[in-house]
Design a protein around this ligand. Structure first.
Ligand SMILES: Nc1nc2c(ncn2[C@@H]2O[C@H](COP(=O)(O)OP(=O)(O)OP(=O)(O)O)[C@@H](O)[C@H]2O)c(=O)[nH]1
Ligand SMILES: [Mg+2]
Length: 384
């Protein structure tokens, strides 16, 4: 197991994590890789670390020349979640953004129209979800663009990745290349959200949030993360996970992201559409066919975005008055966790809750803190 890494390798990995600049990171990572022994149990980790190294080198190359203005390449998260549109140039990312949000991006036939990330807000029923168009990662000849790795870096931090394909321009090649590029930056597309999500922070120590069951303790997690130089992070456990799952996230640095494929321009003559569907199925990610020109598939797309995020809406009520907006939480959230999200003291003083909706057999049923909520439940929490 990775835990048996030599102390030297762990120390180098720690140095890598603490490194601030690209140059420092590259140096520390090269050193770490050189002192990890090659055998069956380290194979996967080494592969990941080497990919990360390649990515850092590429990012260094792609940085604007000294003296040139560094373009702003980040978008502040807003709404219940962030979805990114990732794809080749001219695949219709701006057209999609305009169709499902109120944004008004430039849409044009010529390639590389969008040169910085553009956010918009999608309203799905009563939930606001941020949609961000990322600058194209492939040219019309399906070569890597100069902005590719900055877009991929943003995709790594999103909650959901929508891969947008142009059905009229070798969509199978587009999908293959984009999946490979994502893998290069340590992102694996998945239908389901992974068991462990590790969000590194600048302060606040190590925090553990469990939406399910964790076979381990906060102290175990701290020891493990300190060992690889992570001092501040929020570790989210979804479903059932062990300490080894946390370790895999911490060491491999690969993240599993929910994703799906949008096969756009379905009104045009398309080839490879069956192959694309097969590949998506093999990867285990959903696919939706869309034509923005004909306005087809857009409602299904919106629903898929919401469903793929794995979120539920919970309405709260106090003294018989229902709050106007729902609280949006990961599916699997319990009444106790909801109380904690509302207010720490509400969780500490928790006596019981009354629930109406799909998660209960009897409407207005009294439940305890462990009760798991469902989409659109109404909850009233009683605490002294
Ligand atoms: N036939 C057809 N054309 C479309 C569709 N969606 C977008 N287009 C056209 O494709 C071209 C490119 O659309 P954009 O939305 O600008 O594409 P993009 O992915 O944002 O492109 P870049 O920003 O350059 O990377 C435009 O001429 C659109 O009108 C569609 O569903 N069908
Ligand atoms: Mg665009």
């Amino acid at each position: 197991m990775p835990t048996n890494l030599p102390a030297e390798a762990k120390a180098k990995l720690a140095k890598y994590r603490e490194a601030r600049t690209h140059e420092e990171k590259i140096k520390a990572l090269e050193e770490a890789i050189s002192c990890i022994p090659h055998h069956k149990h380290t194979e996967k980790m080494l592969r990941q670390l080497k990919k990360r190294l390649a990515q850092l080198r590429r990012e260094l190359e792609q940085r604007p020349v000294k003296g040139g203005r560094r373009e702003e390449f980040s978008v502040e998260k807003e709404g219940a979640a962030q979805v990114v549109l990732l794809g080749a140039t001219n695949s219709g990312k701006s057209s999609l953004l305009a169709a499902i949000t109120g944004a008004n991006p430039e849409i044009a036939e010529y390639p590389m129209t969008t040169r910085r990330p553009i956010p918009g807000m999608m309203v799905y029923e009563d939930v606001e979800i941020q949609v961000v168009e990322l600058p194209a990662v492939l040219t019309d000849g399906l070569e890597e663009t100069s902005m590719a790795y900055r877009s991929l870096g943003m995709a790594r931090n999103a909650d959901l990745i929508a891969v947008v394909l142009d059905a009229s321009n070798k969509p199978l090649e587009q999908l293959r290349k984009i999946v490979d590029m994502l893998e290069d930056v340590g992102v694996m597309l998945k239908k389901e959200r992974a068991k462990v999500i590790l969000e590194k922070k600048d302060s606040g120590g190590i925090r553990l949030v469990t939406f399910g069951k964790f076979h381990g303790s906060l102290d175990d997690v701290k020891e493990l993360l300190y060992g690889v130089g992570i001092r501040n992070a929020v570790v989210k456990i979804i479903g059932e996970a062990t300490l080894e799952d946390v370790e895999e996230q911490a060491i491999n640095e690969s993240v599993y992201k929910r994703g799906f494929v949008i096969l756009n321009k379905f009104d045009m003559k398309t080839d490879q559409s069956e192959e694309v569907e097969e590949l998506a199925a093999r990867l285990g990610i959903p696919l939706v066919k869309v034509s923005i020109k004909e306005g087809k598939g857009l409602e299904e797309l919106k629903r898929l975005i919401f469903e793929s995020l794995g979120l539920i809406r919970v309405y709260t009520q106090k003294d018989g008055v229902v709050a106007r907006k729902p609280i949006v939480v990961p599916s699997g959230t319990t009444v106790g966790q909801l109380a904690y999200l509302i207010h720490k003291e509400l969780a500490e003083g928790f006596k019981y809750a009354k629930v109406w909706g799909r998660s209960v057999k009897v409407q207005g049923q009294r439940v305890g803190a462990d009760h798991v909520l469902q989409d659109k439940d109404l909850v009233e929490i009683f605490a002294p």
